[in-house]
Design a protein around this ligand. Structure first.
Ligand SMILES: NC(=O)c1ccc[n+]([C@@H]2O[C@H](COP(=O)([O-])OP(=O)(O)OC[C@H]3O[C@@H](n4cnc5c(N)ncnc54)[C@H](OP(=O)(O)O)[C@@H]3O)[C@@H](O)[C@H]2O)c1
Length: 257
């Protein structure tokens, strides 16, 4: 694996959300293997109660700090910012928190199953949390040094690539996230020219999020969380501020909006 970010300060402070499962957890593991990374803030609602994070903490000590926070509320976002502020400036943020299904929540197959509550729940995490996280962390992403804010989107959030329909809330929440962070990237060109804000598509990855929907996925098209995390970190490593505002897949190819 390359260094996490081109020109990343060494030692680097990194914050990963969605850190208790799937791609975010694999991202934390990969980052801790990189000697340039001084500290990883690993954010999820489970926080330090996640057993894998506990084992990583035993192995890596102070380099790993688990933060328990719900990104869909302002107190959770404030808790994340307060925890990260203890270590000074952040150099890389990878937002991997996301929701597709859960208790009483299933991706919609048709208009008849669309529910206001489900739309609100999915938008709260997939669309609103990323840009509000960027806002909460803004004092730690100050100008002057390379900074990357990378957030996981999904190809199904692409409007021009939507051929199958269905999954109303998930698709629309990812499209909304894309627009919100594209707008942030344009603002940062003026205010934070050293910062890079990108949307990333991880591919189809074997995680609790995708597991109920893998039946029609050919095995070769399904990657492990570890593989996806390493490929995404390779993409991040090659970013410069000129890439800010792009939607990029795990293999470096552009994803249409
Ligand atoms: N897997 C795929 O095939 C695939 C494909 C395209 C895009 N993606 C995107 O990639 C990202 C990661 O997905 P994944 O497959 O790794 O999912 P996952 O295994 O289900 O992990 C989701 C993570 O989000 C955290 N989370 C959920 N609700 C939260 C909340 N309210 N506040 C804070 N954290 C919360 C969960 O931790 P807690 O429950 O502990 O809070 C968990 O760590 C998502 O944005 C997803 O949409 C995944």
């Amino acid at each position: 694996m390359n260094a996490p970010v081109q020109g990343l300060q060494d030692p680097a402070q990194v914050l990963v959300t969605g850190a208790s499962s799937g791609i975010g957890l694999a991202m934390v593991q990969a980052l801790l293997e990189d000697a340039a990374v001084a500290r990883v803030y690993a954010v999820s609602r489970r926080g330090g109660a996640c057993e894998v994070l506990q084992a990583l903490r035993e192995r890596h000590g102070e380099r790993l700090q688990a933060v328990a926070a719900d990104l869909t509320c302002d107190t959770g976002l404030a808790d994340v910012a307060a925890a990260a502020a203890s270590g000074g400036a952040l150099h890389l943020v990878v937002n991997c928190a996301g929701i597709l299904h859960g208790a009483g929540l299933r991706p919609e197959k048709s208009l008849a199953t669309l529910q206001r509550d489900a739309l609100a729940q999915v938008f709260a995490l997939n669309a609103f949390a990323p840009v509000l996280l960027a806002k909460a962390l803004l004092p730690l992403l100050g100008p002057g040094a390379p900074r990357v804010f990378a957030s996981l989107s999904a190809r199904v959030g692409s409007i021009s690539d939507n051929r199958l329909g269905g999954w109303y809330a998930y698709r629309a929440s990812k499209a909304a996230q894309n627009q919100l962070l594209r707008t942030l990237a344009i603002e940062w060109r003026r205010t934070h020219p050293h910062a890079t804000c990108v949307l990333l598509h991880p591919g189809t990855v074997d995680t609790p999020l995708s597991r109920p929907f893998q039946a029609n996925v050919p095995p070769a098209a399904l990657s492990t969380p570890g593989h996806a995390a390493r490929r995404l970190l390779d993409v991040i490593a090659g970013l410069t501020p000129a890439d800010s505002g792009r939607f990029i897949a795990w293999d470096g190819s552009p994803v249409p909006w």
